[in-house]
Design a protein around this ligand. Structure first.
Ligand SMILES: Cc1ncc(COP(=O)(O)O)c(C=O)c1O
Length: 363
């Protein structure tokens, strides 16, 4: 490493430390403006200022929506206490958290619980709430996330109670050549038996495009035009707070996701959520617990409730930072390696839009 490079990489605190010996300032040295970053990264940061401003704008709007939801539900310290057993002694914490979450995503109701193991578990509860024997599940954005294959029954889960075991069939609309939704195919894809259309917002690990909320709105309109009774369920994993609106605000019947991703704000130790129309959320709650138990049960011992509230409060900030780091990773990698494909970027929302869809996945 050349001396010049070593100087550039010296972080500010170290430079200050070198200029001060034994608590006494030494004779003034020539001031070299140091940066903590590799020069290519610093250049990338400079060139991303417009994108970063846009992320900050979304972050501010999302944070104020979350704060308003906390005020609306009158969240207070007694909601943070732990509960045990059936969870009947929780002083309203569960109800307040559900109400905050529903408010934030623009849904009638939500169930936010540490008892959801993961995103897959929450999505499975939502799908089982929506589908009945004889129904068809239609994935409108190509193959769903891998772990859902067993839930649907298209991979290795015979006789453990997959959707297929319960007589639900499955079909996919493959993505268009540009990686987006195939609008022409979707315009005539819904059949009378299609009980639920599944829209996966983030691309996951596949190379298709992540979907904007505007795309999701257009898809929901197309689906409901063909069959108003077909329910639309959005796998919202890694999508929360990436934009300033959420799928229930544009007509999704249910959404589901994980608290160990975006809405947990890096603080939630576990959990997931389902949100949307009230009767459907109740049906999903019955899958999580049991018919008749619904949303009224479920203890959260120790400090779990506090962590769930705190994580949700911080989530817009954490997601904003992750989106910035995603943009920066793409650009800096291009600068350094000249080898990163930008094919997966979504032109409609800017050159780094796909970072918004799956950024947290890589971080
Ligand atoms: C788009 C998408 N859906 C579903 C899942 C499944 O979530 P989990 O791993 O929490 O079960 C993931 C996980 O990364 C995902 O990215």
């Amino acid at each position: 490493m050349s001396t010049a490079t070593a100087t550039t990489l010296t972080p500010f605190p170290l430079a200050r430390h070198l200029a001060t010996r034994g608590g006494r300032r030494t004779a003034r040295r020539p001031c070299v403006r140091a940066s903590a970053f590799h020069p290519e990264v610093s250049r990338a940061v400079e060139s991303l200022q417009a994108e970063f401003r846009e992320v900050d704008r979304a972050l501010a709007l999302n944070s104020s929506r979350v704060a308003a939801a906390f005020r609306h539900a009158r969240v207070a310290p007694h909601h943070f206490g732990g509960s045990t057993g059936y969870g009947h002694d929780d002083a309203g914490g569960r109800e307040a958290l559900d109400s905050v979450f529903a408010h934030v995503v623009g849904a009638e109701a939500a169930i936010v619980r540490p008892q959801f193991f993961s995103g897959t578990h929450a999505i499975a509860c939502a799908l089982f709430a929506l589908l009945r024997p004889g129904h068809e599940l239609l994935a409108v954005a190509g193959p769903p996330y891998d772990t859902l294959e067993e839930v649907i029954g298209i991979r290795g889960s015979a006789n453990v109670g997959s959707l297929k075991d319960f007589g639900v069939t499955y079909r996919e609309v493959p993505p268009a050549e540009d990686g987006g939704l195939d609008w022409d195919a979707l315009a005539c894809a819904i059949r009378p038996e299609t009980g639920c259309a599944l829209i996966q917002r983030s691309c996951g690990y596949s190379w298709r495009k992540s979907l904007s909320v505007a795309d999701i709105r257009r898809a929901i309109d197309l689906i409901k035009m063909q069959n108003p009774n077909c329910k639309v369920m959005v796998d919202n994993c890694y999508g929360e707070f990436v934009e300033t609106s959420e799928p229930p605000m544009v007509g999704a019947d249910l959404i589901a996701g994980s608290l160990i991703k975006n809405p947990g704000g890096t603080i939630a130790p576990c959990g997931g959520y389902v949100a949307g129309k009230k009767d459907l959320v109740e049906a999903a709650a019955a899958r999580l617990s049991a018919p008749g138990l619904g949303v009224e049960f479920g203890s959260a011992p120790g400090h779990v409730m506090r962590a769930l509230f705190q994580g949700l409060f911080l989530a817009p900030q954490m997601v904003g930072e992750a989106v910035k780091v995603g943009c920066l990773s793409v650009l800096a990698s291009e600068e350094i390696l000249h080898a990163v494909s930008t094919d997966s970027l979504v032109p409609s929302t800017g050159r780094f839009a796909n970072c918004r869809g799956h950024v947290s996945q890589g971080i």
